[in-house]
Ligand binder design. Structure first.
Ligand SMILES: Nc1ncnc2c1ncn2[C@@H]1O[C@H](COP(=O)(O)OP(=O)(O)OP(=O)(O)O)[C@@H](O)[C@H]1O
Ligand SMILES: [Mg+2]
Length: 129
């Protein structure tokens, strides 16, 4: 299992979400963050005072996936976030030691996604509707 962490500009979140959704990735955590990349900072004058603004608003999307989903997930994020300009964002991929669904005690791949019996039943209902 891997934990995919992507930081990118907040205005790209709708496109990234849509792209992930199209690739079948519907489970995620989104955090509002601030950060800077290799451009570090820039200077801005506000009411005569020059200050260094080096933290830009970004969103951080966290998605825990089975190994077979890593490429699909990163491709979907890139498709949604890439403009070709600086500041498009960055993706980190970490080994994920474990995952526990608190309600059921399921662990690992059984706990990571929407593959529980209930969610399969939910999918059947969605199809009927
Ligand atoms: N090495 C890093 N460690 C932690 N956070 C990072 C790192 N690199 C980038 N980030 C986060 O990702 C955000 C987006 O990074 P950004 O796209 O500016 O990367 P970059 O390396 O500067 O590439 P580019 O030259 O395309 O701008 C940053 O604002 C920061 O929050
Ligand atoms: Mg940058």
């Amino acid at each position: 299992m891997k934990l995919i962490i992507a930081a990118f500009p907040p205005e790209k979140l709708p496109e990234v979400k849509q792209s992930l959704w199209k690739s079948g990735i519907k489970i995620m955590t989104v955090i509002d963050v601030r950060g800077c990349g290799q451009q570090k900072g820039y200077m801005e004058e506000y009411r005569g005072i020059i200050e260094e603004i080096n933290l830009h608003r970004k969103v951080m999307v966290l998605i825990a996936v089975n190994n077979s989903f890593v490429e699909k997930t990163t491709k979907a994020i890139i498709k949604g976030a890439r403009t070709g300009s600086i500041g498009d964002g960055k993706i980190f991929i970490l080994d994920l030691y474990d995952c526990i669904r608190i309600r059921t005690g399921e662990k690992g791949v059984a706990a990571i996604g929407g593959d529980s019996v209930e969610s399969k039943n939910l999918k059947k209902i969605e199809k009927v509707i």
